[in-house]
Design a protein around this ligand. Structure first.
Ligand code: F6P
Length: 356
């Protein structure tokens, strides 16, 4: 048996743990592993790949990123935005099929988020043997309660809030931290709670400017020296829009709401306010212990699913168990924060405002 593997889309901590887990479990069965470079692009002739064995994956679990490289652009884009679907062109799929045939690869493991798994599903539907492994710091994939990378991103948010807290206290300021997560508020919700935020603004709970200002004023009146606000990049005011950066290539990327919140809060409360945009720090660095465990479990489970011939399925984490679901169950819709989620209620009980 020879299996191929690709790491696709935005990178995240824990990808190397998956590659190591797959390689170790496959080697035990006497299988070979071929790692394609730069996501699906490595499948295009002339194929770009490296043979993965224990000598190549030794010592990589604790490294961030992916030793295979990745891209969120290229020829295999099957999803162009929130909910918009695109079709990978037939000639691109045929080129990938030729590579898989030439290298005598029996099955392809696709480690990816919503977009890459949409591509994976298309490949499966056109005759490839695919196993999906869910990955994203955003934790917005349906059909799995957790993706690796998320815990590391949350740890980064918590560490940043700890640092912001001391400087905010010294200056008696409002500090606004803009975090990633696309259209889902999981990173902001988890990171905000464990980092001691006072106000958390989520895409799923549109906020009112005056309610945010009131929360700041209330803290001031109660004698608190500072206020920490976590705002998800996809958050928006009631009757307002999400905020985007538009770059020269015509790409629109969520971002900018942090500065807007900072200016509004300063204007409405008179408090000195500063903004910090955490950005790709949340995606880099060494994976947490949870993400090392998840990555290892997901990688070994993927090999188990191949041995069982369960092609078209995706590794899934549910109730502390690593199981499998059809890839189709995980794509075409995002897992968003329910405004009545238990953690939202917990946050409200300890006085965190959602600005609603
Ligand atoms: O999906 C992961 C993610 O980090 C999002 O949270 C963020 O909006 C986006 O990717 C950033 O993408 P890029 O690395 O292409 O700027």
């Amino acid at each position: 048996m020879r299996i191929g593997i690709v790491t696709c889309g935005g990178d995240c901590p824990g990808l190397n743990a998956v590659l190591r887990g797959v390689t170790k479990a496959a080697e035990k069965l006497g299988w070979q592993v071929i790692g394609f470079l730069d996501g699906f692009e490595g499948l295009l002739p002339p194929a770009q790949y490296m043979v993965l064995d224990h000598t190549r994956t030794h010592g990589i679990m604790q490294q961030g990123g992916t030793i295979l490289g990745t891209t969120s652009r290229g020829h295999f884009i099957a999803k162009v935005g929130a909910g918009e679907k695109a079709q990978v062109p037939a000639e691109i799929i045929e080129k990938a099929r030729r590579t898989i045939g030439d290298l005598e690869i029996d099955c392809l493991i696709v480690v990816g988020g919503d977009g890459s798994l949409t591509t994976a599903l298309q490949l499966q539907e056109t005759g490839f043997s695919i196993i999906g492994v869910p990955k994203t710091i955003d934790n917005d994939l349906e059909a799995t309660s957790m993706t690796f990378g998320f815990d590391s991103a949350v740890a980064c948010v918590a560490d940043s809030l700890d640092r912001l807290h001391s400087t905010a206290m010294s200056h008696k300021r409002v500090m606004v931290l803009e975090v990633m997560g696309r259209h889902a508020g999981w990173i902001a919700l988890f990171g905000g709670i464990v980092g001691g935020a006072d106000i958390i603004l989520l895409p799923e709970i549109p906020f009112e400017w005056e309610k945010v200002a009131q929360a700041v004023r209330r803290r001031d009146a109660a004698g608190y020296k500072c206020t920490l606000i976590v705002v998800a990049e996809g958050a928006k005011p009631k009757d307002g829009q999400q905020s985007y950066h538009h770059n020269a290539d015509g790409e629109h990327r969520l971002g900018g709401i942090g500065e807007i919140v900072t200016a509004e809060v300063a204007g409405r409360t008179g408090k000195e306010s500063r903004c910090c945009v955490l950005g790709h720090l949340q995606r880099g660095g060494t994976p947490t212990t949870t993400d090392r465990l998840l990555g290892t479990q997901f990688g070994t489970k993927a090999v188990e699913l191949i041995a069982e011939g369960k092609f078209g399925s995706m590794v899934s984490y549910q109730n502390n168990e690593v199981l499998d679901v059809p890839i189709a169950d995980a794509v075409y819709r995002l897992k968003l924060v329910d405004p009545n989620h238990q953690l939202v209620k917990t946050a409200r009980k300890i006085g965190i405002s959602f600005g609603d």
